[in-house]
Design a protein around this ligand. Structure first.
Ligand SMILES: *Cc1c(COP(=O)(O)O)cnc(C)c1O
Length: 401
């Protein structure tokens, strides 16, 4: 039935029923221009060579595939491998996409970069790429997030970006995204909008996936090299869905490989207590795309809760909605509590402090690994490092004591 799942989206940007373009009329020509330019450069050897040189020399690619032997032994089941996106420059997978989009902006002659950010990771990655290419950079961030993520705000300022506080709604990521879209409508002539995940109107979900699919392509070759075969299971956390689709994409047609996306289960399964759009959401339109969405019956977007700021988003990329409906990928949740437990286990057993987002993938890996044999292999995407989360973890410990 699903012969060519990896050939999505169609020319109008639809992944099955999902995706598309639900934006103000004034943005249609900008999106067309972006799509046209992207289609041109994606097959341009010169552009691709320049990008891959940058990914090697500036980001540090390829990221290693690391055998977490001690943790695997402790769990007594499958062999677990970490895809080390945490070792990238700026500490997560976000730079793969931010760098590529800022290069595209440069190529298009745009002088001004805008971005939205929640935890600040995408803002830092975008400010980094903009600094390197000498472009003006404005980052929209919810006022609430600005106080929660002070060190990333400071980093963006040091990198020369202007951080604009958004005081609408819940003063978080979804409000920052709305504000960035408004800026783009007004300044579309000279401005390039760098979206941080596989979300937003077409062509963003496709383009961001293409910029992240290097994660899975490297993994594919690294598995052949060190296992002599493909892994049984891939696991990644899902906020907007970019690190997960980045890992999964190369494997979509490799039907023997299970693909598991892990959403933020937060503190409970009632609306408002989690950020699991695929698990508990309904279809709707948000930020220019149709997808699964956490909303009230009235259609109003619901608040979300997660210990991981990068997963705290009420929507999800349309390609995941499509993969879920087709049954090609599975989506599950783990709670804040389980993620914290995984954080401590990986810290003490592997000497790696993982990002709280990645801890969701690790927590689920832990559950399935124990039910598998030592001949089986799991690759989990270590999407980022935990340095940004240490204050939050310390505060939580203090509260518990
Ligand atoms: C932003 C972020 C995520 C979530 O974003 P996706 O688009 O779902 O990948 C996950 N992990 C880390 C470390 C992040 O910074």
């Amino acid at each position: 039935m699903h012969e060519h799942l990896s050939h999505s989206p169609d020319t109008s940007g639809h992944f099955g029923d999902y995706g598309g373009r639900f934006v103000a009329e004034t943005l249609i020509s900008a999106l067309n221009q972006l799509e046209h330019t992207y289609q041109k450069v994606r097959n341009d050897a010169h552009w691709n060579d320049a990008l891959s040189r940058n990914l090697q020399q500036y980001v540090g690619r390829p990221s290693p595939l690391y055998h977490a032997a001690a943790w695997s032994r402790q769990l007594g089941g499958a062999q677990i491998y970490f895809k080390r996106e945490d070792l990238n420059h700026t500490g997560s997978h976000k730079i793969n996409n931010a760098l590529a989009q800022v290069h595209l902006a440069h190529y298009m002659g745009k002088k001004r970069i805008i971005a939205e950010t929640g935890a600040g990771q995408h803002g830092v990655a975008t400010a980094t790429a903009a600094a390197r290419l000498g472009l003006e950079c404005v980052v929209y961030m919810g006022a609430e997030d600005i106080t929660r993520q002070a060190s990333n705000v400071y980093k963006m300022k040091l990198l020369g970006a202007q951080v604009v506080a958004v005081h609408d709604g819940s003063c978080t990521l979804k409000d920052a995204l709305n504000e960035a879209l408004r800026d783009w409508v007004t300044n579309v002539e000279n401005t390039f909008y760098v979206i941080g995940s596989v979300a937003g109107p077409h062509p963003y979900p496709m383009m961001v996936r293409d910029f992240q699919k290097i994660i899975g392509e490297e993994t594919y070759h690294q598995c052949l090299e060190c296992l002599g075969k493909q892994p049984n299971v891939l696991v990644a956390c899902v906020g907007g869905g970019s690190n997960a689709i980045g890992l999964f994409y190369r494997f979509i047609e490799e039907k023997s490989v299970r693909l598991i996306g892990v959403e933020a289960g937060g503190v409970g399964n009632a609306l408002g207590e989690h950020a699991a759009a695929l698990t508990y959401g309904r279809r709707g339109v948000l930020h220019g795309m149709r997808s699964y969405l956490l909303s009230h019956a009235s259609g109003q977007v619901a608040p979300t809760t997660s210990i991981a700021a990068g997963l705290d988003y009420p929507g999800v990329g349309p390609e995941h909605a499509w993969l879920k409906d087709c049954g090609r990928a599975e989506y599950v949740t783990v709670t804040d509590e389980q993620a914290i437990h995984a954080f401590h286990e990986i810290s003490t057993h592997e000497g790696i402090l993982p990002a709280l987002e990645s801890c969701h993938a690790l927590a689920y890996t832990r559950i399935i690994a124990t039910k598998m044999s030592s001949q089986d292999n799991i690759v989990v995407n270590l999407s980022g490092r935990g340095d940004k989360d240490l204050e939050q973890i310390a505060a939580r410990e203090e509260q518990a004591n």
